[in-house]
Design a protein around this ligand. Structure first.
Ligand SMILES: NC(=O)c1ccc[n+]([C@@H]2O[C@H](COP(=O)([O-])OP(=O)(O)OC[C@H]3O[C@@H](n4cnc5c(N)ncnc54)[C@H](OP(=O)(O)O)[C@@H]3O)[C@@H](O)[C@H]2O)c1
Length: 294
């Protein structure tokens, strides 16, 4: 497993298991399987409604708490000084842990910026109190970082964004790098380009011909090519699967290398078109969603 060093010196495994849309009744088994196979990083979120099952899977794995890098996210309805502190308490209670390795804001709320800022400052407080080892953001575009950074003391360690060959957000990656923020790819195998959802017409990156050709020449799958493309360029990737075969496949990306020319061929697939939601326009109902206590 390749590790990445965050801007505060904390080490994070480059590849983790994502659990967005993992049904609660399959999540514990997926987490236990992944940890058994060698994964040491899990990415969940309050909004995924499966933190409890992530905790169950971690305990079932028999690993020590310190051996797993645990990342979760605060949902926008919990943004605010007291609300975000309480969100940490809810998350750790469900996960069955005392501390988190990485706690991030799920997305900016540009129209409710004061609450976004208060939430980030609450993360800084949790960091100062030793309750989280690192803090960060998700879906922050350069304009959101430009608003945040002058107002805060701690530069986010991570910015988790939609990032796959069809949508690479090089502007965000550049802004992250300039600020010392590690870019973490969500939908690193392009799930958002093919799984069902209210996202309209999309073209699946998993069936891309260039990726298929690279996969054939390396004896790997298109998903493995995409994950290798991410980790080889120093990004964090968090592929989701609840299928044991695919969980294993997604980890098996550390025994081959893509050439500079091959990396460039994947870079050239960028369409500049987002498949996921626009971070500048969170829906109003996002703020009505109550994250349960238990
Ligand atoms: N911050 C955010 O706003 C945000 C948004 C979205 C996601 N995320 C995080 O990022 C993680 C990953 O993103 P994602 O879940 O959107 O998409 P993804 O990991 O790119 O793709 C997941 C999809 O690919 C399938 N799959 C997994 N491995 C495969 C393989 N080797 N070959 C073919 N299909 C495969 C999965 O189905 P099976 O389970 O059936 O294998 C699932 O449908 C999430 O789980 C979540 O932790 C964050």
């Amino acid at each position: 497993m390749q590790n990445l060093t965050l801007n505060n010196g904390v080490t994070m495994p480059a590849l983790g298991l994502g659990v967005f849309q993992s049904p609660p009744d399959e999540t514990a088994a997926a987490v236990e399987t992944a940890l058994g196979l060698g994964y040491r990083h899990i990415d969940t979120a309050a909004a995924y409604a499966n933190e409890r099952q992530v905790g169950e899977g971690m305990r079932a794995s028999g690993l020590d708490r310190d051996d797993v890098f645990l990342e979760t996210k605060v949902w926008v309805s919990d943004y605010g000084t007291d609300e975000t502190r309480h969100a940490f308490e809810k998350a750790t209670r469900k996960l069955g842990v005392d501390t988190l390795d990485l706690l991030i804001l799920h997305q900016p709320a540009p129209a409710r910026w004061e609450r976004t800022l208060a939430a980030y400052r609450a993360l800084e407080g949790l960091l100062a109190d030793g309750l989280v080892r690192a803090i960060g953001v998700s879906n922050f575009m350069p304009q959101h970082l430009a608003r945040l950074l002058p107002e805060v003391d701690v530069v986010p360690a991570v910015n988790q964004i939609e990032l796959h060959p069809y949508f690479q957000q090089t502007d965000v990656q550049k802004a992250d790098t300039e600020a010392g923020i590690l870019t973490q790819a969500w939908s690193p195998i392009g799930g958002i380009t093919f799984y069902p959802g209210p996202w309209g017409e999309r073209r699946s990156v998993l069936t891309d011909e260039t990726l298929a050709a690279l996969a054939a020449s390396h004896g790997k799958s298109p998903a493995q090519i995409m994950l290798r493309w991410g980790v080889q360029q120093g990004r964090s990737v968090i592929p989701k699967s609840t299928n044991p075969t695919r969980i294993a496949e997604n980890l098996d990306v550390f025994d081959f290398e893509l050439s500079a020319d091959e990396l460039a061929r994947i870079d050239a697939l960028d369409t500049g078109v987002r498949s996921g939601p626009d971070p500048d326009a969170p829906r109003d109902d996002f703020f009505d969603r109550v994250i349960p206590e238990e």
